[in-house]
Design a binder for this molecule. Structure first.
Ligand code: SAH
Length: 487
């Protein structure tokens, strides 16, 4: 971050704009929205600025420019069409410890003006540190489209009710929960729909209501799937709950950007397990979850992939149910689905694979002795937690009479920028996996539909293209050495 976004209070503060053309006029219009006391120094004023001066909305600086003038102002905007002059103003401002914006000159500016979404009092500032103003503009448009039109009215009304709510709920946590529910609840709905009277009525009922313990003060658990790695693959509902939780219990496979969604007061507790070393036993996790919810916390139990697919979410939900505690479960994209999509492996493919099984690498014990028939009948196996037994998987396939060229794919760190896909076969699996030094987490896929992957490498291709651009070379880390041709 090169620049700190801040919201300046400029009401009645003297600000200086140097330049009197259209560009200066645009900056002046923006400053005027804040109630700043604006002085303009220019040789020539455009018609609109002249009018504003005549109406007493701007002060015209009569003297010609000299560096001493700058000290009288909080902010300076250099908006002349003379680049050298603009730079001189910026240097004078720096010498006088005043912030200066030079229009269309990011490097010379000690502050820049972001693209703004203004639904006052809700304000969103978007900046690209001068790299891509058009992108900032496009983001602004997208946010404008996505933001409810009356969000400003909603925030303003909440501001007017703050004192009442403070009186009604004395505890900080109670109050925060009230507001958390408020903004997603029926009163906010009324306000966003412009139904002021209905909103006020509902609010009165809430505040004078006889409910002693508001439903919102109960603890609750949210067992949430965070998806396989790419933070974009998490559900909106999951993201929303992460942002509302008091405490987040998270696993090793949950990515940083998802944890960044947490409130800054939220407590983050790592309870992850990685193969071999248990940070916390499952029983201890269940007990912790139950205790924290009982204490009245909103606990988000954040898991990689989907909580109910080899995530032990079932056990945690059962522990909560046994303790009579409320919980919700939010699905996530499981590694099998995420990795298959990002590696171009159709789990089912018309005429090739008509069913799919999610299992772990313990084939016989997970699937029973008949699993080879499944594969012979056109089936895809998606195996979790298989890294340590990859060689063994190849052997089992051959030992059970499956064809040596039966396609097997390994997808390591699927859906992340580190994703690697190794396409191999039953006979070559052990050798290929060893050569590629596969590490956890990785999924192993087995089945004929994997052959299609040679034509469907979209994600690693895009990673390779990106690194080629960055390196100025054409390096690719997709291991296509053993890509099997279709047919
Ligand atoms: N609940 C999770 C699975 C947890 S078990 C889910 O639904 O995805 C952990 C196993 O998931 C790992 O050993 C690995 O086999 C697989 N896995 C999880 N994330 C992965 C990723 N990004 N890439 C490849 N495999 C992954």
């Amino acid at each position: 971050m090169d620049r700190l976004p801040i919201f300046l209070s400029l009401q009645d503060k003297p600000c200086l704009v140097i330049g009197g053309g259209d560009v200066a006029a645009r900056k002046i219009a923006l400053l005027r929205r804040t109630g700043a006391a604006i002085s303009v120094l220019a040789q020539e004023f455009n018609a609109s600025l002249l009018q504003q001066v005549a109406a007493g909305q701007l002060t015209r600086v009569e003297q010609s420019y000299g560096s001493e003038i700058i000290r009288q102002f909080w902010l300076v905007i250099a908006a002349t069409d003379d680049a050298a002059f603009n730079h001189r103003i910026a240097a004078d401002a720096a010498a006088a410890s005043r912030f200066c914006n030079v229009v269309d000159d990011n490097a010379a500016s000690s502050f820049i003006l972001p693209a703004i979404v203004d639904r006052s009092p809700v304000l969103i500032a978007i900046g690209t540190e001068g790299n891509a103003p058009v992108l900032a503009q496009q983001l602004k448009n997208q946010i404008e489209a996505w933001l409810p039109a009356r969000i400003g009215a909603l925030a303003a009304q909440a501001g007017r009710w703050r004192k009442l709510v403070q009186k009604r709920f004395s505890g900080l946590r109670e109050r925060r929960r009230f507001w958390q529910d408020f903004f997603t609840g029926p009163i906010a709905e009324h306000l966003l729909a412009g139904r002021q009277a209905a909103a006020e009525k509902a609010m009165r009922a809430q505040l004078v209501g006889t409910v002693v313990t508001p439903a919102t003060s109960r603890g609750e658990a949210w067992i949430v799937g965070a998806g396989p790695g790419d933070p974009g693959l998490m559900t909106l509902r999951g993201q929303n709950l992460v942002g509302r939780a008091d405490i987040i219990l998270y696993d090793r496979l949950v990515s940083e950007p998802i944890l960044d969604l947490a409130r800054k007061e939220a407590e983050l507790i790592f309870v992850g397990k990685s193969a071999g070393s248990n940070a916390m036993s499952q029983d201890a996790i269940n007990a912790l979850l139950v205790r924290l919810v009982r204490e009245g916390n909103r606990v988000c139990r954040l898991k990689g992939g989907d909580p109910f697919v080899f995530g032990r979410g079932g056990e945690e939900a059962l522990a909560l149910a046994a303790a009579g505690l409320p919980f919700q479960i939010v699905p996530g994209i499981s590694a099998a689905l995420g990795c298959a999509a990002y590696a171009g492996i159709p789990l089912t493919l018309r005429g090739v694979s008509g069913s799919v099984t999610l299992a772990t690498a313990k084939l016989d014990s997970d699937l029973g002795p008949d699993w080879p028939q499944l594969l012979n009948a056109g089936h895809t196996l998606a195996l979790y937690m298989g890294v340590s037994s990859i060689a063994d998987i190849g052997e089992q396939l051959l030992h059970r009479g499956l064809p040596p060229d039966l396609p097997v794919a390994i997808v390591e760190n699927g859906t992340t920028p580190q994703q690697r896909t190794i396409i191999s076969s039953a006979i070559a699996l052990a050798r290929d996996a060893a050569a590629a030094k596969i590490v956890s987490p990785a999924m192993v896929f087995i089945g004929e539909s994997i052959r299609a992957a040679s034509k469907l490498q979209w994600f690693e291709q895009s990673l390779a293209d990106r690194s080629a651009v960055l390196d100025g070379g054409f390096g690719s880390h997709i291991d296509c050495a053993r890509l099997i041709e279709t047919g």
